[in-house]
Design a binder for this molecule. Structure first.
Ligand code: C2O
Ligand code: CU
Ligand code: CU
Length: 499
């Protein structure tokens, strides 16, 4: 009973804050909103620091992550207190091959309880690391599972309800790369021609600390925190040297709320080879790539000897009205990292014309679609209740999700323990860059998207998987639901009892 009352009041308070801010901006606010061409950092960087490359760590039995606090040299000037895994900021790049048995001991040396979630991993819910697997200070959590999915760029981050935004913002996140028998057909020399780029925006106080002032949302900040300083792999103002003709970049949007539209300053075309859940069937040529929080992409870019070019985020289109576009960062342009090509470049094989097979979207097996309305800031009118299982789904089934975002806020949807294909975006076939397998989908303001979600096969009626908006302030506010995977008979029984 108490939970319900609190929940209700909280939703009302947010609703009030949002409508007030969107409908009657004061003169001062209007000045801020409409002046100039958005924020950004173009022209302010000198690309003076070598891009940090997180060390690799084999995720086989014996692998250990220790979450701890520390200090990082980020901006010029004083060091910044940050959190990290096995270091002071971010964490190692875990790696495992398809079919391998994985085991990671996660020890929490932070001053508060947290959790560590393997975003994009198909694994038993008990090993997922969501809000149901908290790790108390001083405790060690030891999930084990078998890698049962294609090569992909996954990532890990804390996922405790109400503190995810803060824990990720302070620096805990890392990559989890899965390799399979095809992995060697694309550039794969880690840190040389296979380079991770974890992109995160931050705000700093004058004395060089991470500014946590707008981690939540309210008033004008309906997305949660948008930072004016970009870190890539936990490094500020970075450049990276490349020594091969073609380079694969693994892009991860590890930001709390910011959406990026990535491209190069000379507008060169690049080749998209993978999205969240793995390789595309055929590569896609593009000049821009939109990534919302939690999404990943792998691109292959060709360079000429001796050239320099900057990877930039051009103002992304976020849907909705002009105010939404401005307030959610849709007018902001950021330089991310400068690429410096060596005077002579080693040859690289061309990207194969066909990357993989067998990733076609599966046929829907569940008769009724699941309708998911994204509200401000709840799902189908409800906020998360840990004790309430929102959905029971049959192991291995494929369900049609009809997602609508009728409002003026920007959201996305991430589903744990599953991956999906887009069936349409606003009634039209999805853009080519979104035709691969994914686990997170952007849902701009005032838009709709339809998915075919294929559930995992690990039956466990007691341990839920989460689905939620991956704007971390929204997620922390309870814009999250939970489902359990059960045997087909159990779903039928639940329907008969009107659950
Ligand atoms: Cu990236 Cu539920 O998480
Ligand atoms: Cu996830
Ligand atoms: Cu949201």
């Amino acid at each position: 009973m108490t939970t319900r009352t609190t929940t209700r009041r909280t939703v009302l308070r947010w609703g009030a804050a949002v409508s007030a801010s969107l409908v009657v901006p004061s003169a001062g606010v209007a000045g801020f909103v409409w002046a100039g061409a958005g924020r950004g950092n173009v022209g302010t960087l000198t690309f003076r620091n070598r891009l940090p490359i997180p060390p690799e760590l084999d995720a086989s039995p014996g692998a250990a992550l220790t979450l701890r606090s520390g200090e990082s040299r980020l901006l010029p000037g004083p060091r910044t207190p940050t959190w990290g895994a096995n270091g002071s900021i971010l964490g190692p790049t875990l790696r495992a091959r398809r079919g391998a048995r994985v085991s990671v001991a996660v020890t929490n040396r932070l001053p508060e309880t947290t959790s560590l979630h393997w975003h994009g991993m198909h694994l038993p819910a008990i090993a997922d690391g969501g809000p149901h697997q908290p790790i108390a200070p001083g405790a060690t959590w030891r999930p084990t599972w078998t890698i049962d999915q294609r090569a992909a760029t996954l990532w890990y981050h804390p996922h405790l309800h109400r503190t995810t935004a803060r824990h990720v913002y302070r620096g805990i996140a890392g990559l989890f790369l899965i390799d399979d028998e095809r992995s060697d057909t694309l550039p794969h020399d880690y840190g040389v021609d296979d380079i991770p780029l974890i992109v995160q925006d931050r705000n700093f106080t004058r004395d060089g600390r991470l500014d946590e002032a707008n981690l939540g949302f309210g008033g004008l900040a309906t997305t949660g925190l948008l930072g004016d300083t970009i870190l890539v792999n936990g490094g500020y103002d970075p450049f990276v040297e490349v020594v091969t003709r073609r380079v694969r970049f693994r892009l991860v949007n590890g930001s709390n709320a910011r959406v990026y539209s990535l491209g190069f300053t000379d507008h060169r075309a690049f080749t998209l080879v993978a999205t969240d859940a793995g390789w595309l069937e055929t590569p896609v040529r593009c000049t821009r790539l939109r990534l919302s929080p939690g999404e990943r992409a792998e691109i292959v870019v060709a360079f000429d000897p001796g050239e320099r070019v900057v990877l930039r985020s051009f103002a992304p289109r976020l849907g909705g009205n002009l105010l939404t576009q401005r307030l959610a960062g849709g007018d902001d342009t950021f330089d991310l990292v400068q690429v410096r090509a060596a005077a002579t470049l080693r040859p690289s094989p061309a990207v194969p014309e066909r990357l993989t097979t067998g990733v076609r979207r599966p046929a829907i097996t569940v008769p009724e679609p699941f309708r998911l309305d994204l509200g401000e800031f709840h799902l189908n009118g409800a906020v998360l209740d840990h004790g309430r299982i929102d959905r029971r789904v049959a192991a291995g089934s494929v369900e049609r999700w009809e997602i609508r975002n009728p409002g003026q806020n920007v959201h996305n949807v991430h589903v744990h323990g599953a991956s999906f294909h887009l069936l349409d975006r606003d009634g039209a076939p999805p853009p080519e860059a979104e035709r691969g397998e994914k686990d997170t989908v952007f849902v701009p303001a005032n838009s709709a998207v339809t998915l075919a979600v294929r559930y995992g096969t690990h039956v466990d009626a007691r341990s839920p998987y989460m689905y939620h908006c991956h704007l971390l302030a929204h997620e922390d506010a309870g814009m999250m639901g939970q489902y359990v995977v059960v045997g087909p008979g159990a779903v039928a029984r639940a329907h008969r009892h009107g659950e």
